[in-house]
Design a binder for this molecule. Structure first.
Ligand code: VGL
Ligand code: ZN
Length: 196
């Protein structure tokens, strides 16, 4: 079965981009929508980022009027409000490696989980000659999953780095379900140590 086959070890090359999804304070311990184990992603991310010619970071960048905040009937507490400390990249992230910052979730009417939703990310990647995406960041069960699946839909060869992502786990099992959805959707799941 193709899906149970181990992915051969990828070697980082030209045409590869590292996509760091939402490495922001509000998604980390002390933030308003904290991922309990979020801080553990930064050691592998900081080790990998200098090895990529192109590094993109997405940021959740919401207006306070966003429909998915609880005050407006949605599921989420306020988080990553534009120009607030909670929306800043974590001080644990090596900012020097980031080439491009993509703001998302700015449309108050749509969820904006994916880094591609309402942004020019796909166009920027195509312009930069990128074919393979190596995805890491937060959170596995929302924005990482959506970005990975939409990356596949855009025709990119997508790798998700499993030790460099962490889940919200609103319900137990969400993380496993998200990993399974990404694998079924055509993304390759790899560990950072698998990258040569
Ligand atoms: C995210 C929930 C709401 C994420 C963003 O970055 O995964 N999750 N907004
Ligand atoms: Zn959000």
């Amino acid at each position: 079965m193709a899906n149970s086959r181990r992915v051969s070890t990828p070697t980082i090359a030209a045409g590869d981009a590292l996509i760091i999804v939402d490495p922001q304070n509000d998604f980390l311990p002390g933030g308003t929508l904290a991922v309990a184990e979020g801080n553990r992603i930064f050691a592998p991310i900081n080790a990998l980022s200098p090895r990529f010619a192109r590094v993109y970071a997405t940021r959740d960048w919401h207006p306070r009027t966003h429909a998915y905040f609880q005050d407006h009937g949605g599921p989420w507490p306020y988080h990553c409000l534009q120009d607030t400390p909670g929306a800043e990249f974590s001080p644990l992230l090596d900012h020097s490696a980031i080439d491009v910052v993509i703001s998302k979730g700015t449309d108050p009417a749509t969820d904006g989980y994916s880094g591609f939703a309402g942004t020019d990310l796909a166009a920027r990647l195509h312009e930069d000659g990128v074919h393979r995406l190596f995805i890491c960041g937060l959170a596995t069960d929302y924005c990482v999953k959506a970005t990975a699946l939409e990356g596949v839909a855009h025709g990119f060869d997508v790798y998700v780095i499993t030790d460099a992502i962490a889940a919200v786990n609103v319900a137990p099992g969400d993380e496993q379900a998200a990993l399974e959805a990404m694998r079924r959707g055509g993304a390759h799941l790899i560990g950072s140590a698998d990258l040569r």
